[in-house]
Write a protein that binds this ligand. Structure first.
Ligand SMILES: [Mg+2]
Length: 366
């Protein structure tokens, strides 16, 4: 097979601020795998979680060093390539893993969810994200989402550098706006919050019951992720008893071993393909988490419809989809997941279920 990389920019319609900073424009990498007249595509890019950081240039260096070793080899069986993939960082592995899965699905002529035996017609509302900002700015962002789609699940970012008082003001304002819209529409809207590790233990403990009283339905990653696995579990364990609503691990949960490690202390996990290193691990994580009685979220970073289309192939296994980054882009080169009102289904194109938007790439369906 012949592999190549292409860099492309993604520009957010509305910049997103979380506890660790603001994102407006990112550079992404598209991985192409060509073999036997079929080309598979994958996406990767830099991201950071507070305790780990990856940048696009280093990911590109890793992949370009590997590509010559793939010449003369076939994309299947994937098992034969696993030792090479295992050497890569999670985001580098993600780009290649997705391109190999895309190639496999195209070779067989089916989208991945059908090859996995999943029901692609199950559809669950995706959450849409409200970043940090002034109360007025966050309410304006909410109205803008509602002008775009009838979002019934809102994820509010907390962990504001301005402190817990500002977080509480945001929750009060957004909960009120959701209550008013719920009454108008006769449909209950859902408020989730994500602190992105922005609280300390005392602050997190003070927030849990308060959030539950305001009708918040889940809280994601209250405390910073820790490199030491035991200390990381102990941090979730210290919150568990204070938390009357589902407690979800995101930045702390990267792979199947993390799902198993965290399962006794959390109610759910947020799977992201850049953390897991692609779909091979993510599918295992989603299946295992469900069997362990956990709720499963699938999330995104600043990803295009190519990466979110890949993640969308897992949607039939997901209780809390959070695939909204591609809905906030001005220049997405791809289209993939099917969106009906605020419900997402996996795309039906073979492989990742994604195709390029621009005419120049239409000859290569991707
Ligand atoms: Mg999160």
């Amino acid at each position: 097979m012949h592999c190549s990389l292409r860099r492309f920019p993604l520009t957010k319609a509305i910049p997103l601020t979380i506890s660790r900073g603001t994102t407006a424009v990112v550079e992404r990498l598209m991985v192409s795998v060509e073999h036997g007249g079929i080309t598979g595509f994958g996406e990767t890019g830099g991201f950071e979680t507070g305790h780990r950081h990856y940048d696009s240039d280093a990911i590109a260096v890793e992949l370009e060093a590997l590509f010559p070793h793939l010449v003369g080899r076939a994309p299947q069986p994937l098992q034969a390539l696993e030792p090479l993939l295992a050497e890569l960082s999670p985001p580098a592995r993600c780009g290649l893993d997705l391109a190999l899965h895309d190639w496999w699905g195209k070779r067989l002529g089916l989208p991945l969810h059908q090859l996995w035996g999943l029901d692609g017609e199950l559809a669950v509302p995706t959450s849409v994200t409200l970043g940090l900002g002034s109360v007025q700015a966050v309410l304006q962002r909410l109205e803008r989402w509602w002008a775009q789609l009838p979002a019934s699940r809102i994820k509010l970012k907390l962990g504001s550098p301005e402190g817990l008082e500002h977080d509480r003001a945001l929750v009060e304002a957004v909960a009120l706006a959701l209550e008013q819209r719920s009454q108008q529409q006769g449909e209950r809207l859902e408020l989730q919050v994500d602190a992105n590790g922005g609280w300390d233990l005392a602050g997190a403990r003070s927030m849990m019951g308060w959030l539950a009283e305001r009708g918040v339905t889940l809280v994601e990653q209250p405390l910073p992720p820790l490199e030491d696995p035991e200390a990381d579990c102990a941090a979730f364990a210290a919150l568990e008893l204070d938390c009357p609503i589902p407690l979800v691990a995101d930045e702390s949960c990267w792979n199947l071993a993390d799902v198993v490690r965290l399962a006794p202390f959390v109610d759910g996990v947020n799977i992201k393909l850049l953390k897991s290193g692609g779909l091979s691990e993510a599918l295992l994580m989603a299946e295992a988490a469900r069997r362990l009685g956990l709720g499963v979220m699938v999330g995104c970073y600043s990803d295009s419809a190519l990466l979110n289309g890949a993640a969308a192939q897992l949607l039939p296994l997901i209780q809390w989809p959070d695939l909204d980054s591609h809905l906030n882009l001005l220049d997405d080169p791809f289209e993939g997941p099917r969106l009906e009102s605020d419900r997402l289904r996996p795309g039906l194109e073979p492989g990742l279920g994604v195709r390029a938007r621009d005419a120049a790439s239409d000859s290569e369906r991707c």
